[in-house]
Design a protein around this ligand. Sequence first.
Ligand code: HEC
Length: 266
Amino acid sequence: MKKLFIALLTLLPMAAFAAGNAVHLDEANYDLRDKASLQNGAKIFMNYCSTCHSTQYQRYSRVADDLGIDRDVMSENLVFTGVKVGSLMLTAMPAESGAKWFGATPPDLTLEARLRGADWVYTYLRSFYIDETRPFGVNNLVFPSVGMPHVLEELQGTARLLEIKHNEEELDLPEGARIVKETAVVDANGVATGEILTSYLSPDGNGELSAEEFDEAMLDLVNFLVYSAEPNQLERQEMGFWVIGFLLILLVFTWFLNREYWRDIH
Ligand code: HEC
C-alpha cells in the first residue's frame, strides 16, 4: 500500500504535465520594484479587466499607496464603479450575468498569479487566436475552450494559429510571430524524417501596439497581478534582509561571549 502511494506520488507531477497540453509557457520577467510597470499594469487592469473581474481582497487606496499613485488621481481615473477610494476592488458585473453571458463567471483575480503562476498568466494573455467554432470567435492555447473573449484585441489585433513543416535550419516566420510548439515529424513507421512541424501564432498587426509593445504591456499587467497576490512581498524580502543582518551581528557577539566564558578553563 505504502509503495503504491509513493509510486503514485512520483507519477503525479508527470500526470499533471501530460494533462496540460504541451504548449510552452513563456517566462514572465516581471520586476516588482518597477513602480512605472506596476502603475501601467494597474491602469491596463482597470481599463480592460475590471469590468468583468474583481480583485476583491484589495482596496483601491492600498494599491494607490503601494504603487505611488496619488489617491485622488486613482479615484478620478481608475475607479470606474463610483465607489470611495477606500473600497474593495469589486466588479460592477453581477456573477450570474457573467455565467449567463460567457458560460462561466469571470473569477476573482487577486490570487490568480499564485494559483496559476506568473508564466501561465503571461502566456495566457498572449495566446488568444481566431477560432470560428467558439462563441466569441476566439480560443486560447493554454486555456482551450475558454469563456473569456479576446478583450485586448484593440491593443494586439487578432492572431491566427498556423503550422509550417520545415528542415532544421530553414524557418522563415512572419514578423511578430511566436512559436508555441515544435514537434519532430515522423513517417508512417514512426521514424523521424528530420523535418520539424512548428506551430506559431501570427498576429495580423491590426492592434495599436506592436508585438513587442504588447508583450511589454502584458508583462506590466502580470507584474500588477503578482503584486496583487502578495502585496507584502517586497516588504517581506526587505525584512528578511534586516533579520539576516541582525543574526549575523548577533553571531559576532555570541562568538566573543563564548570565548570569554571558556577563557579561564583552557
Ligand atoms: C468580458 C468579460 C471579461 C473581461 C473584460 C476579462 N475577462 Fe478574463 N475571464 C472572463 C471569463 C468569463 C473567464 C472564465 C473563463 C472560463 O472559465 O472559461 C475569464 C478567465 C480569466 C482567466 C483564467 C482564470 C482561471 O481559470 O484561472 C484569467 C487569468 C483572466 N480571465 C484574466 C483577465 C485579464 C488579465 C483581463 C484584462 C486584460 C480579463 N481577464 C478581462 C471574462 C473576462
